[in-house]
Ligand binder design. Structure first.
Ligand code: TRP
Length: 373
């Protein structure tokens, strides 16, 4: 029997076959859109962003020189690591290269209900881990609305509009539909879902600029929320003039040991606050290798880049030059490049990045207040 992929946004998800997932859920492949983009992001060119819903509508809007909004959210959960970095890069790309107004939602209501019931701690993590790293990676306070689900705005008209929308969204979905999308339903899940629907749709409200198009870049686990938000957007026809929100999907960055990259296991991730020496030793010790057991065997059969974590980090984040990347692939595959040597290439890139990033983070700390209006 063919198994259907289950997507649980609050579980832990490992996807073996992204093309299959795309087909099952009606997500479109991203690749055909590349030819329409002047400067597609590396993550898009390399297929890390593997799918979309209606992103062509965003490209149409851009072609008509219309403004659009990008909205995404973060669940504050611990250290900011390489898996989070790829979303930050997309946010900054929408803001700086494509000129979007960006909305970044701290999902503290969701995190409180589903993970850590300490609002002060959630706020602290959101600012010191996420926001500071976003700024250090290049997020600009201009054209950026960074907010908490628990405190949408100091402007009462805006706050009212946001909470009114989440309250009214509940009317647009049935219990059976929610069960079909999310499985077992709890009050915390209902609250998180209705809040996330408001997150996704509210940039289209007049109080927030009345943007016509919104794109939501997310990991594949968030697609249930996207589908529901699109359904609900259509059902507001009487009250609002919403367009269906667009979305893009990125793959999950593999953990060091080959499994999930998870904030709860420090040896599964490289955090952006790791010092270069720690990062180096983690990679050398833990990074899952696609190399062979013995030198002779490796020289003869070559390595397997497809399962090699060091290779994948270079490919997704640390070697932007396509020619160099191809060379690394060829050399590793042919057995010329050894696993230790491949790791060394990554270590050097990573050390340089982390050193520079630590410096930028110091400067970023001073910018935080500009984002917390
Ligand atoms: N649920 C998301 C997560 O688990 C966070 C989130 C909240 C979000 N609101 C959002 C993501 C709106 C995209 C759009 O990470």
């Amino acid at each position: 029997m063919k198994m259907k992929t289950e997507i649980n946004p609050w579980g832990s998800m490992e996807v073996k076959d992204y093309a299959k997932l795309r087909d099952e859920f009606g997500i479109q492949p991203f690749e055909p859109l590349l030819k329409r983009m002047k400067e597609p992001h590396l993550l898009m060119r390399r297929g890390i962003v593997f799918g979309h819903r209606d992103f062509d509508k965003i490209l149409d809007a851009l072609a008509r020189k219309e403004s659009y909004a990008m909205l995404t959210g973060l669940m504050p959960s611990g250290k900011f690591h390489l898996g989070h970095k790829i979303l930050a890069e997309q946010i900054i790309y929408h803001q700086k290269v494509l000129g979007a107004k960006v909305f970044i939602c701290v999902a503290d209501i969701e995190a409180y209900n589903m993970r850590i019931d300490d609002m002060d701690k959630l706020r602290e993590i959101a600012i010191n881990e996420y926001l500071v790293n976003y700024i250090a990676l290049g997020l600009d306070p201009k054209n950026c609305d960074f907010y908490f689900q628990s405190a949408r705005s100091k402007d009462p008209d805006k706050a009212n509009a946001f909470y009114r929308l989440s309250g009214m969204a509940a009317k647009k979905v049935t219990f059976n539909e929610m069960k079909a999308v999310y499985g077992e339903i709890t009050p915390g899940k209902v609250m998180s879902v209705m809040t996330q629907v408001a997150d996704i749709l509210h940039p289209m409200l007049p109080e927030f600029g009345g943007y016509r198009h919104v794109v939501v870049p997310v990991g594949a686990d968030q697609d249930p929320h996207i589908r529901l938000s699109r359904d609900i957007a259509a059902r507001f026809e009487k009250e609002h003039n919403f367009v269906l929100p667009s979305s893009t999907y990125h793959v999950f960055i593999k953990g060091l040991k080959g499994g999930k990259m998870s904030s709860s296991d420090p040896y599964s991730y490289i955090a952006l606050t790791d010092d270069p020496a720690t990062a180096k030793s983690k990679i050398m010790k833990y990074a899952f290798s696609g190399g062979r057991d013995t030198l002779e065997e490796h020289r003869k059969k070559g390595g397997v880049p497809e399962i090699d974590v060091a290779y994948q980090y270079l490919y997704s984040q640390f070697e932007p030059d396509d020619k160099k990347m191809q060379q690394i692939y060829d050399d590793y595959k042919s057995g010329k490049l050894l696993s230790g040597e491949l790791k060394q290439i990554l270590v050097e890139k990573m050390e340089a990045f982390l050193r520079e990033h630590a410096r930028k983070r110091e400067h970023a700390r001073k910018q935080v207040d500009k984002f917390l209006k």
